[in-house]
Design a protein around this ligand. Sequence first.
Ligand code: HEM
Length: 402
Amino acid sequence: MARLATDRAFYDDPYPSYEQIRSDGRVVRNGFVAGTVDHAVANAILRSDDFGTGAGQGELPPALRRLHQLVRDPDTLSPVDPPSMLVVDPPDHTRYRRLVARAFTARKVGRMADRVESVATRLLDDLEHEPTFDLVGRYAALLPVAVIADILGVPDDEREQVLGWGNHAATTLDPGLSWPQYREAAAALREMNAWFEQHLDRLRGAPGDDLLSQVLQDPDAADLTRAELHGIGLLVLGAGFETTVNLIGNAVALLDQHPDQRRLLQSDPDGWPNAVEEVLRYDAPVQLTMRAATRDTEVAGERVAEGEAVLVYLGGANRDPEVFEDPARFDVRRPNAAEHLGFSAGIHFCLGASLARLEAAVALRTLYDRYPDLRVVGRPERRTTRVLRGYEYLPVSTLARV
Ligand code: HEM
């Protein structure tokens, strides 16, 4: 566990570290922080009233404390800084979440299916004459951005700029960044925050049919401060930009490594939704989160003292052999794949889960329908982040026979 913040091996392949933790115990401590890869313990912590998000508490590990010092500057407010709902506890969390949840109902997400499909088709049309391309930069990243930009009412000619800032904003999720990386992220966040303030004013003055305009017009939004609304928008922006891209990229890499599984899906397209669950389980795009005990407590028989922070390794819990048979096997037909904790659990369960599922299933089906022989070629590069797990660069060939 001590490897988390520093060791390159962790982001190349965190799974051996998780197995080390598993063999050490259900809750493991390394001096300044506890951690778990146990599915039952992780689930219990995420669902328990005895734990909060712990943001801003003195017990944060040093790397996270540095991050929180950085983002406390209001001009560099990041998607993971309070008042982002991700890091606040009830009752504030309940107020923010209710408001956004109204705009994210399954029915509203379902209505986006056609739009997602047409964006995927257009992106592939643009690549028509390119037999090799970077799957991440040219496809997996662009699809969720187009969708989230719709949701937030971002005008077309501002999208590229916002994507650039969004990429930097997401790096602040990671506890292992160097100071130069923090500084670069802070500069991008300052610009993005200034833009966002103007964007909110613009939508207030002339609401569109996007989700953010809808949130702004909701009578309950009148109770929220400007900073709270800003926090909500920024989180949806960051979450929408920086997670689904990793899900799609991880899926393509895995299906390349397991051609038998890809063939199964090509002969049975109804299998895509379960395959997406298996990718979320097997190689979760969000690998870890953190909670701090709000009082002395016990979880799955383990004592946790008030204020103690626990790293919840979602990616490790997803490989728990108590829940998943032969967990290191990638199996798109796994019957209980959806029991993964890739979207977390409890009150912070991912609000965008149904949108992410839709985007990934449509993106993958459309991609393999068009290019049944798609293969990864060259040398893919992993992102150098530990919370988010995905590819920076994933070269593919649409013609390759390798
Ligand atoms: C929360 C994962 C896509 C919006 C979360 C959390 C996880 C997660 C693990 C909870 C973290 C915690 O418990 O501390 C993912 C993954 C995605 C994805 C793996 C894609 C594959 C999205 C999308 C959106 C979104 C597309 C919005 C458009 C949110 C929001 C929260 C959240 C608003 C905060 C919920 C709360 O605190 O109540 N997500 N997410 N996510 N996600 Fe996602």
